[in-house]
Ligand binder design. Structure first.
Ligand SMILES: C[S@@+](CC[C@H](N)C(=O)[O-])C[C@H]1O[C@@H](n2cnc3c(N)ncnc32)[C@H](O)[C@@H]1O
Length: 370
């Protein structure tokens, strides 16, 4: 076993240290801890190890609340005090921006939006069935571990799994507090008075209600201040970001590849009498993006983990004055910013803690043409 001083934290939540000078990523180790670790995977340029004994533990280490934490792959930050989870996420974001995009963001340049609920915040959970019992994937494996409850799932989802046999699908909690409706409700009335969207089961919806509202409000307020005429919302889904903008009279065109998301979008704009300001177009955005519409003066993009190479190329060609990039994967965000940083300056970076108790988070980067 090797004795290691933990120098920092890597994307993915592992501690960073060195064994005989070789970079080692250590599971379950926090900055400034001294651990004894066993190597579990020795690669050419780095090793992966597991902390087995602690000589010095971090003052930010706490007892995980969940009995399945050791095995279940759902959470990986439960052993860290919440304030420190936020600090580590900001450190991870800063170091990824520097390493991949050569962009320096100061400690105070990231605004951090904490989650109101740090447990029981998820309104959407994908379970795996083990016979009739409910399961979640184990850490680093596609094998499920049987669970009777989940500390990050909403309490109504926990009630549902405790009184029903497993059904092999995602459990979604509608904002009217009913589980697994064919059509759920998304309550955005904190952003626009009385704004409710209806969406079909299977469409993407942001998992954390409080953080989603904070994120939508930040984006809507920012765009309203800019006095733009037209916005393109790439990967717009059911209209979480663009329908509130349309409700404030801003022209939006939303692009997404999902038929169910676009059906929900169109039904909502019709119901809300917003068809003059909000349009949707079905597009596979992994393909090169071309469209016969005048480019907008503002673009929002909120891609899946793979990032948005084609959309970035379109932005680079059409040069909208403002770009608001929402990302759940900082490494592809940084990669995409390499192209934009020649013509745009970063106005503001906000870290939204959509996923407490895990190393994941959302980032909003607001850019303006230089
Ligand atoms: C992170 S979600 C964002 C949705 C929306 N902005 C929101 O806040 O709810 C990503 C969206 O990208 C869409 N998507 C995934 N792959 C796509 C592709 N290749 N082309 C277009 N849209 C895609 C999904 O349907 C989903 O709606």
């Amino acid at each position: 076993m090797d004795r290691i001083f933990i120098e920092g934290i890597a994307h993915g939540g592992m501690g960073i240290g060195r064994i005989n000078g070789k970079i080692t990523f250590i599971h379950n180790a926090l900055p400034e801890e001294i651990v004894f670790a066993e190597i579990i995977d020795d690669k050419k340029d780095f090793s992966i190890a597991k902390a087995v004994k602690f000589e010095k533990t971090s003052k930010h280490r706490v007892e995980p609340k969940c009995e399945y934490y050791e095995k279940c792959g759902g959470c990986d930050f439960q052993h860290i005090a919440y304030d420190y989870q936020l600090k580590l996420k900001a450190d991870i974001l800063r170091s990824i921006f520097k390493r991949i995009a050569k962009i320096d963001i100061g400690v105070d340049d990231i605004e951090v939006a904490a989650s109101k609920d740090i447990f029981h915040y998820r309104r959407r959970v994908k379970f795996q069935c083990v016979g009739k019992r409910w399961g979640l994937f184990q850490k680093g494996s596609r094998k499920p571990v049987v669970v009777e409850h989940c500390k990050i799932a909403d309490k109504a989802i926990n009630e549902f799994i405790s009184s029903n046999d497993c059904i092999n699908k995602e459990i979604v909690l509608s904002d009217d507090n009913v589980v697994n409706k064919k059509e759920s409700v998304l309550n955005l009335s904190d952003v626009v008075d009385n704004l409710y969207l209806i969406y079909e089961y299977g469409s993407f919806v942001q998992v954390n209600r409080d953080i989603n509202l904070k994120m939508v409000k930040t984006i809507v307020d920012s765009i309203r201040q800019k006095k733009v005429n037209k916005v393109f919302d790439f990967f717009g889904g059911i209209g979480n970001l663009s329908i509130p903008l349309a409700a404030y009279g801003i022209n939006v065109v939303s692009f997404d590849s999902s038929k169910s998301a676009l059906d929900s979008f169109n039904r909502n704009t019709k119901r809300l009498k917003l068809t003059n300001t909000a349009k949707s177009i079905r597009k596979n955005l992994t393909k090169p993006f071309n469209i016969d519409i005048e480019p907008p003066d503002c673009v929002i993009l909120d891609p899946p983990r793979a990032g948005a190479k084609s959309v970035i190329e379109y932005i680079d060609r059409s040069k909208p004055k403002y770009v608001l990039y929402v990302s759940c994967e900082p490494s592809t965000l940084a990669r995409d910013l390499i192209i934009l940083k020649d013509s745009y300056i970063i106005d503001k970076v906000t870290l939204f803690d959509m996923f407490p108790q895990t190393h994941h988070f959302e980032t909003l980067v607001e850019l303006k043409l230089d």
